[in-house]
Design a protein around this ligand. Structure first.
Ligand SMILES: C[S@@+](CC[C@H](N)C(=O)[O-])C[C@H]1O[C@@H](n2cnc3c(N)ncnc32)[C@H](O)[C@@H]1O
Length: 378
């Protein structure tokens, strides 16, 4: 196939055929010819696909679709390589290294890459800056609420390096532990090589580095999460916030990013958040108020769900607007130290389409796409 052009998806696809199980004599000629024909057809389809991606450069939706199909084909190849972790026949380490270094460099610059240090830096920094006027990390128990499945220890590790006594990373869902370990090794290497970029709390730089070296970075690099974290006061708890795994009055500092909009029974959830905090505890929450369908489909924009009736639900987000959220915090007993709206530009004429209770709200209220708030438990 077109591997001579050096296009990587073609090379990976080559790996699928190379790794196909050998046929035994009892399979017969007909079967092996059939497989050979299918393989050729698949290779032709892939070549056509790659050419189409090239020509579809100007048409974004088509390009996206074709890239997606190419991704699914390559996923099979990657899975084959994962099952048999050796260099696929016909592919040299030089070729693999080209993919590795190209992808790595590309990803390093993406703040969206959820396994990479750049995103952890942005999210942790935002949380830290929101909290620092009101509290210090030193000696505190920190919780990353809704840490996600990709880099569950990322933010908690940065808070630990900056002085937190212990940390919880809490989420409903677990993730791939081996990948989480590798991501953590990358993060720690970045923290050790550029401490000024990560050391924010006024903690002594040697103490910061000393904390980083308590992790077994080699074990993490090899994907061994438990060994890499042995004896460290960092816990990943896979639970619903309402579950008993986390005790009441146990958290001094909490941050979350894009989590609270997922609490469908918001009243009960906010009461639970209040109960989890210790007296004097500080929480910073960044709440994403946009229609999450707009992240996966260009059919929707950030406000599309406001045009749905009152009983609509995607089972994912609560659709609460900023002006509705604030009173929940107050009723639960939180003191609001900061409450900042992020405003977007609603599409022209969309106000006429809003439905249900949103009709009672002003354009200014509905334009809010996010909230950053800092709360204290008195
Ligand atoms: C949009 S993701 C954000 C993940 C992460 N904070 C980030 O910015 O990458 C929301 C996360 O909140 C978690 N979550 C939602 N409801 C939860 C609940 N009741 N208890 C614990 N975690 C929850 C989800 O499992 C999901 O991982």
């Amino acid at each position: 196939m077109a591997s001579s052009r050096g296009h990587q998806p073609a090379v990976w696809s080559q790996a699928i055929t190379d790794e196909a199980p050998a046929l035994s004599p009892v399979d017969g000629r007909g079967v092996s010819e059939g497989i050979a024909r299918m393989t050729t057809m698949k290779q032709r389809a892939e070549s056509a696909l790659l050419r189409s991606i090239g020509t579809a450069r100007k048409y974004k939706p088509l390009r996206r679709l074709l890239n997606r199909v190419a991704y699914l084909l390559d996923k099979g190849a990657v899975q084959t390589m994962t099952l048999s972790p050796k260099l696929p026949e016909g592919l040299s380490w030089r070729e693999l290294d080209r993919v590795y270094s190209f992808c790595r460099r590309l990803l390093q610059t993406q703040a969206e890459w959820r396994y990479g240090p750049a995103r952890v830096h942005d999210v942790a920094r935002e949380g830290f800056e929101a909290l620092s006027p009101y509290t210090r990390l030193q000696e505190k128990v920190y919780c990353d609420l809704g840490c996600g499945t990709y880099h569950p220890y990322g933010i908690a590790t940065v808070m630990y390096l900056n002085g937190a006594a212990s940390t919880y990373s809490l989420d409903l869902r677990a993730g791939n532990r081996q990948r989480a370990a590798e991501a953590l090794a990358d993060l720690l290497c970045d923290c050790c090589s550029c401490p000024d970029k990560w050391c924010w709390s006024g903690i002594d730089k040697w103490e910061f580095l000393g904390r980083a070296l308590r992790f077994d970075i080699q074990a993490l690099r090899e994907g061994r999460l438990d060994d890499g974290l042995a004896e460290l006061p960092l816990q990943h708890i896979v639970t619903d916030i309402h579950g008993p795994a986390l005790a009441e009055d146990s958290i001094d500092i909490m941050t979350s990013r894009a989590v609270l909009e997922h609490f469908l029974d918001f009243e009960v959830a906010v009461r639970r958040l209040f109960a989890l905090m210790r007296k004097g505890g500080i929480a910073s929450h960044h709440i994403d108020l946009v229609d999450h369908r707009s992240y996966v489909s260009s059919k929707y924009h950030h406000w599309s769900f406001l045009a749905e009736g009152d009983d609509w639900s995607d089972g994912l987000v609560n659709r609460l607007r900023s002006c509705e959220i604030r009173p929940y915090f107050e009723r639960a007993g939180f003191e609001i130290l900061r409450y900042e709206n992020r405003i977007g530009k609603m599409p022209e004429g969309f106000m006429q389409r809003v439905a249900g209770r949103f009709k009672e709200m002003t354009e200014e209220e509905l334009s809010v796409t996010g909230v950053l708030c800092v709360l204290r438990k008195p």
